[in-house]
Design a binder for this molecule. Structure first.
Ligand code: NAD
Ligand code: GLY
Length: 362
């Protein structure tokens, strides 16, 4: 079993990665200080149907007396009203401060369940069991929880670190092709900012099969863990490195009707834009950009922006991004694969040029 320890003083925890872990979740939880608590499992309807039974049986067998709370699949479930509804359901099911939340699902479930764990009876423990690539390599680690509001994504929330993360790569087998591929945008981002050698390991994967080696997932988690340890609350300009490709990516996501593009697909476009600006401002070699773009293409991620998505709309959405709150544009650039840094040289004109660059053929 791979274990990545996230060292955050009294908020430290382990991320365990092993095929088949879902069916042993109860025993593993019981072997920690969380034993004896009651489990409130939060999942979405799709994941609950596919993987809920195995988890509930494992928790039941371990005496964790689970209840199941199912939300509709999709980003719209990351809302205050959904959080309140699940909290009330949990209270009616008899949960209190001697309970723990178990998040079974992708980033939507993880972010919502993490937020619920943070506010339920003023905070109870959280176990994350991520089932998408995005959630396994990124969102289940690092403690960011939250919900969306009409004015923007992830604008309400708090930091609430999990106390245990259980990653079972076998759960990825049920992911549809498009959802499987989109998650690799975050893994490619990790390689680009911190681990150039991983670009080749990702290139060796077959996007058509759902096999992702546990050690490759653990390597991604370790990249995120080291960054979170250095800057847990994103106040030192280190955690911001994880936003590589996300500034313009988020702008594109916000500019199109909800659900039209998956998160990873928008991030792939954002990565292309960030590579363009890295070539312009810090002499990133075009051949290095090419390697990353080829990899994004291998996972069938989009690199050309549709004419119907207006540059002005994306620019307007960017201005509302919380990363622009201080008025300065803090943009993550790459001077070589594996070496990212936060810069303030990028201007509004650069952003416009980078968006226009996305209209050109790769
Ligand atoms: P998601 O949670 O919406 O999952 C995508 C789809 O896949 C859903 O329909 C879900 O039901 C389905 N699914 C999940 N696991 C499955 C499985 N094993 N088999 C079959 N279907 C499965 O999307 P996501 O990409 O995992 O997460 C996106 C969310 O994560 C966004 O809200 C984003 O803001 C958030 N996020 C948070 C962080 C963080 O640090 N907290 C980081 C990155 C992304
Ligand atoms: N996914 C970005 C972060 O956790 O900071």
């Amino acid at each position: 079993m791979s274990c990545v320890h996230v060292n955050l003083a009294e908020r430290s925890y382990d991320v365990l990665v092993e095929p088949g872990l879902l069916g042993r979740a109860g025993a593993v939880i019981n072997a920690t200080h969380l034993s004896g608590l009651r489990a409130a499992v939060i999942s979405d309807e799709r994941v609950a149907r596919l993987h809920g039974e195995v988890l509930l049986a494992a928790l039941e067998a371990a005496g964790l007396k689970p209840s199941l709370h199912v939300i509709p699949a999709g980003e719209a479930s990351k809302s205050m009203s959904q959080a309140e509804e699940v909290c009330r359901e949990m209270i009616r099911a008899g949960h209190d401060r001697r309970s723990l939340v178990v998040a079974l699902g992708g980033g939507v479930v993880g972010d919502l369940a993490g937020f619920i764990a943070a506010i339920f009876f003023r905070g109870i423990p959280l176990v994350q069991i991520p089932t998408t690539i995005v959630a396994q390599v990124d969102s289940s680690v690092g403690g960011k929880t939250g919900v969306n509001v009409g004015e923007g994504k992830n604008l309400l929330g708090c930091f609430h670190q999990a106390q245990l993360v259980l990653v079972d790569p076998e759960t990825l087998r049920t992911l549809p092709q498009r959802e499987f591929c989109e998650g690799f945008a975050e893994a490619i981002k990790h390689a680009a900012i911190r681990d150039a050698a991983m670009l080749a390991d990702l290139a060796a994967l077959d996007p058509g099969c759902r096999e992702v080696p546990a050690d490759l997932i653990a390597r991604n988690i370790a990249i995120k863990a080291r960054i979170v340890e250095a800057d847990e609350h994103e106040t030192r300009g280190i955690r911001a490195l994880l936003n590589f490709g996300h500034t313009i990516g988020h702008g594109i996501e916000a500019a199109i009707p909800y659900g039209e593009m998956l998160h990873g697909e928008a991030i792939a476009l954002g990565l292309r834009a960030a590579l363009f600006l890295s070539e312009r401002h810090c002499k990133l070699a075009p051949s290095a950009s090419r390697t990353v773009l080829d990899l994004l293409q291998k996972f069938h991620l989009p690199l050309v922006l549709a004419e119907s998505i207006a540059t002005a709309t994306i620019m307007e959405k960017l201005a509302r991004d919380k990363k622009f709150a201080s008025g300065r544009i803090r943009f993550v650039l790459l001077d070589a694969p594996g070496n990212a840094y936060v810069s303030d040289v990028v201007s509004h004109a650069d952003l416009r040029d980078a968006i226009e660059h996305l209209r050109t053929r790769v």
